[in-house]
Design a protein around this ligand. Structure first.
Ligand SMILES: [Zn+2]
Length: 348
């Protein structure tokens, strides 16, 4: 298996993060990428730098208005006298209607769900390269590789079509799924990050061709709060094609694996031609976000169960923050996945 990554993804280095109202160092650091890349190589994966795929993969998911905003907002922000170093919204619409503000401050509020997705000088370029890693991994799988790992950093699953949030700017998992759709009528996305994949859900909420399934800490008391509840099942043609499995805080291996069983049964019933795993590693018992309590051996078992589906698979890195177990958890997942993953010939 290959690991897709470009060092330019590390140039995004957000300084700002508000946690419970207090300013703290942003945990979505470039060091995460180094740890995960070393771990992928230790697990036997071969590094590959994705080609420059331009704007097309992102434009297949995100609105042109939003992509223009991401590209230009940093320079516009610098022209505001006394503005912060990074773009950080200080206003949010209570409901987003048709009115679209002209001002940089207004647009930042419109396109940024919270304060944990600051935009610096390299953010757009790094996010674009992260999206290229996802799209290129999907291309490799379409070409016949049974699986590929996209080391996407910055992550993507909290990004909607026109809204950044939670360290995410471009929705890499959605981008991978959309690429795969060119080859197969149905693609499933399984999100195992500790946080609900609200952006991914939002992108596909009214579609029946992409099944979205997410296991996560119950949003009643955990980010992203306003999405991820079990009554969110999709809408219009997408009704029944979104499946949320909120878990009680501190749920450990057994509870997580039981929920994973339900998720995998649902995916099997959808009969997809390919699978995207939104591979957050922050359900770990030692992760700084402390939402769930999956152990390192638990990640191996999660990888084994997912591998048993036997689907062409794109693994897309989502969360998972610097702690002692981060690299080991990726190795455990990849080992487990590799031990069971066999794609039937002709699939995909
Ligand atoms: Zn997360």
């Amino acid at each position: 298996m290959k690991v897709m990554f470009d060092a330019a993804q590390k140039r995004h280095y957000p300084g700002f993060f508000l946690t419970s109202g207090a300013r703290a160092p942003n945990p979505e650091t470039p060091a995460r990428a180094d740890i995960l890349h070393d771990a992928a190589r230790a697990a036997g994966l071969t590094p590959e730098v994705p080609p420059d795929l331009g704007l097309a993969p992102a434009a297949a998911i995100h609105t042109p208005e939003y992509l223009s905003f991401l590209k230009g907002i940093f320079a516009r922000w610098q022209r505001i006298e006394g503005a912060s170093e990074e773009v950080i919204p200080n206003i949010h619409p209570d409901r987003r209607g048709s009115a679209y503000p002209l001002s940089a401050v207004g647009q930042a509020g419109y396109h940024m769900a919270d304060t944990s997705c600051p935009i610096g000088t390299e953010t757009y370029a790094a996010a674009l390269r992260s999206a290229h890693a996802a799209a290129h991994a999907a291309h490799r799988v379409m070409e016949g590789e049974s699986a590929a790992y996209a080391l996407c950093r910055p992550p993507g699953h909290h990004a909607f079509k026109d809204l950044a949030g939670g360290f995410c700017y471009l929705n890499n998992s959605a981008i991978a799924a959309q690429v795969l759709r060119a080859n197969t009528p149905r693609v499933a996305i399984l999100d195992i990050d500790v946080h609900h994949g609200n952006g991914t859900q939002g992108v596909f909420y009214d579609r029946a061709d992409v099944l979205t399934v997410s296991l996560h800490a119950d949003p009643a008391r955990f980010y992203p709060f306003f999405w991820g509840h079990d009554d969110e099942r999709g809408e219009g043609p997408g009704l029944g094609y979104n499946f949320n499995l909120p878990l009680a805080r501190k749920t450990g291996d057994e509870g997580f694996l039981a929920a994973l069983d339900r998720a995998l049964s649902r995916i099997a019933a959808f009969c997809p031609g390919a699978l995207v795993i939104a591979l957050g590693l922050d359900a770990y018992e030692g992760d700084p976000f402390a939402g769930l309590s999956v152990s390192t051996p638990g990640f191996r078992r999660i990888g084994e169960q997912i591998g048993q589906l036997g689907l062409p698979t794109v693994l897309v890195q989502e969360g998972g923050y610097v702690c002692d177990g981060l690299g080991g958890n990726l190795i455990a997942f990849l080992d487990g996945f590799g031990a069971t993953h066999r794609v039937a010939s002709g699939a995909g």
